[in-house]
Design a protein around this ligand. Structure first.
Ligand SMILES: *Cc1c(COP(=O)(O)O)cnc(C)c1O
Length: 354
């Protein structure tokens, strides 16, 4: 029976994409060969890589604006250090909005001065800081646009002259914003784009080449750009499946259309959290994430009963992260609104039973 998959990551992908991807593993392009056993230098794979890179820039409306798209390895966690390695010469600013930002800050400190411009750690990261003074002459300012664990999201971006760099792992391709405000965007594929194993990096080329240190080839964005994201063997399965998801998104009306659906889903669920007296939302209302909805039971004694109802309704992956507790419903692009309605129905059923 169909599962309602609210997993935070790796997470739900469109069913049609999984099916197409599975067919590609069996045979790619009527070649009698699996995607997994052809050369990454073959015409079949080069086409896939080119298409994935083009679709990414197209969907973000960044074609012909000086940006390049790369599919790299090492996860978003590798980007915590690669961004600093390639771009931090003197000092960089970071806004600390959760565990992932904290990890990015730790890595950057290996390469230069790191200024924590603002932090929401005082309230266990349940909000996005808004009042802070920006520092001049930063090599860049780094933010995490959506905080997967805590369920907060930037709805306005810092007004800065510095290069804005962001970890967009859990909300890339989910909303229609001006992506040209960012000089570099990175996102692990496994939240909203594809399977684990590749990380999309969108980079404005002219920000590179400004640091004096020697950069090892594998960590050098310029090398990956020059080699068209094929410096070494790319993760072919992850790139192929990501390409299929991007194609699915484009064929379904692109970002504007998915944003509309994402807003509807989030609104329904937050309305239920606010109106059902058994539950309370975790994140500050104005900073609520449209991708990861964090909430708690007011009375922990109802946990067993709620978990049982979720299980019976085929709801999967709603347990909160250990640092927040409670529940987290991740409602990424591929999750249909009907699954959100099932969760809401279960929340209502709990209310009726108590
Ligand atoms: C999941 C996640 C990461 C970590 O990604 P990996 O690919 O596992 O390194 C980093 N940042 C954010 C915002 C995430 O959601």
């Amino acid at each position: 029976m169909k599962k309602h998959n609210f997993s935070a990551g790796p997470s739900i992908l469109p069913k049609s994409v999984i099916e197409q991807s599975a067919r590609g593993v069996l045979e790619i392009n009527n070649s009698n060969l699996s995607l997994l056993e052809i050369s990454h230098r073959s015409k079949d794979f080069i086409e896939i890589m080119d298409k994935a890179r083009t679709l990414a820039l197209d969907l973000l409306n960044l074609q012909n604006k000086g940006y390049k798209a790369l599919f790299l390895q090492g996860g978003a966690s590798m980007q915590f250090l690669m961004t600093a390695y390639n771009l931090l010469e003197n000092k960089a600013g970071y806004i600390n909005t959760g565990e992932w930002s904290t990890k990015a800050i730790k890595e950057a400190k290996n390469f230069g001065e790191v200024i924590e411009i603002a932090s929401s750690i005082d309230k266990n990261f349940n909000y996005i800081p808004k009042k802070y003074e920006l520092v001049e002459d930063l090599d860049y300012l780094h933010i995490t646009t959506n905080n997967t664990i805590f369920g907060t999201q930037f709805h306005n971006f810092p007004d800065t002259e510095s290069n804005l760099i962001c970890d967009m792992s859990s909300d890339i391709f989910s909303r229609d914003i001006d992506f040209s405000n960012f000089s570099l965007i990175y996102a692990g594929a496994q939240k909203n784009m594809g399977p684990a194993g590749t990380t999309l990096v969108i980079i404005k080329e002219d920000i590179l080449g400004k640091v004096s240190r020697v950069i090892p080839s594998m960590l050098d964005y310029k090398v990956h750009i020059d080699k068209e994201s094929m410096f070494n063997t790319p993760p072919v399965f992850a790139v192929y499946t990501s390409m299929l998801t991007l194609e699915w998104l484009k064929n379904n009306g692109g970002i504007k259309s998915i944003e509309y659906k994402n807003i509807q889903k989030a609104k329904l669920l937050y309305d239920e959290i606010d109106s059902n007296e058994l539950f309370v939302g975790f994140a500050n209302k104005e900073d609520r994430s449209f991708m990861n909805v964090t909430f708690n039971l007011k009375d922990e004694n109802h946990k067993e009963q709620f978990d049982k109802l979720c299980l019976e309704a085929n709801i999967s992956g709603v347990n909160g992260h250990r640092s927040v507790g409670g529940y987290r419903a991740s409602i990424y692009n591929a999750l249909d609104i009907s699954s959100v309605k099932v969760l809401i129905e279960v929340m209502n059923e709990l209310k009726r039973k108590i």
